[in-house]
Design a protein around this ligand. Sequence first.
Ligand code: ASP
Ligand code: MG
Length: 405
Amino acid sequence: MLIVKKFGGTSLGDADRIRAVADHLTRAKKDGNDLLVVVSAMGKTTDDLIRLASDVSDVQPPREYDMLVSSGERISMALLCMALAGNGVESVSFTGSQAGVITDTEHSRARILEVRADRLTDALNSGKIPVVAGFQGVSTDHDVTTLGRGGSDTTAVALAAVLGATVCEIYTDVTGVFSADPRIVVNARRLARVSFEEMLEISATGGRVLQLRSVEFARNHNVPLHVRSSFTWEPGTWVVEEELEMEQAVVTAVTHDDSEAKVTVTGVPDRPGVAARLFRALADRSVNVDMIVQNTSLHGATDISFTVPRVDLDVSVQTCEALRDELRATGVAFDDDVARVSLVGAGMKSHPGVTAQMFETLAANGINIDMISTSTIRISCIVRKDLVEDAVRLLHSAFDLTQTT
Ligand code: ASP
Ligand code: MG
């Protein structure tokens, strides 16, 4: 049985943590499993490298940026192999490039195109543990690329898919995926099992445990994920394909995200092509637009509001301002005092009352809803940022999420 084990930055935070991981791997290997390990950079190394780059220069050629930030994972992989050697366990480290992770050429947010895993299978066949640097690959132009923040999750899932691993275990500093952020809701419950679809919505709406892209990859290749703690080693949360007979909780989790801001373009004429023009311009500047709301027009004009990552707020507002005359909009406004609270649950599909109960809970507590968006298994509301934690607590208790289902 092949198990892929990915260890995040806090799991490898210092020499003691690295030795603890090596001891765990030594035991797992003795149990007779084939293991492949993916590592992140130690602790806050990646943040530190990014800061260092800014201290050195405002001009950061994308190729050099990736060369720099990919180096954190090299430190972890070499140190972990040394700790394993100290335990008498044979392992061999590989950079993303050596591991055969081939990506496109989009530096700092590259996508994996293919994995040429020969060196990994050779190492496995000779009984060694391959230890792979996560978060990176080599482009079709032969340059080092990185996969976006949190990208080692995606490396782990991709390798698990290609090598046909039984499970991809993601070790982190929390014991799994919770019904809400435990720092906000003290009695939040650890979820034993969630479906890929639910996990996608949780990751997309602020659940910080897994990189969104890794969940997409796991779903597309049906790789079971097991999110668990490297501090307690106890079983955590399984992310698996939804079984038809699975008893579905109506609401599984409440998430929140305060990393976005809202932009509104007012008084745009209600005619074909306006939204197309606006969102093409934003896409051309690589702005990842999230929620979009456009109202029915009154007297031939309407308002369009949307949310964007706060880091993209300035360019979004500039882009809208630049189009204002062409679109004949009356104004462009923004609000970065907003946050999003969401309910996620596969059982929502067949339970029509959830939306009403969510709105009633917020209303009863004087929390105004600014924007609403839904999918078949999610409802999101934009509220004032300073009220979002209250909203999370209120909804968690209104939907009884502490109870085991
Ligand atoms: N070290 C990278 C980051 O901090 C990748 C990862 O941790 O998954 O984003
Ligand atoms: Mg991470």
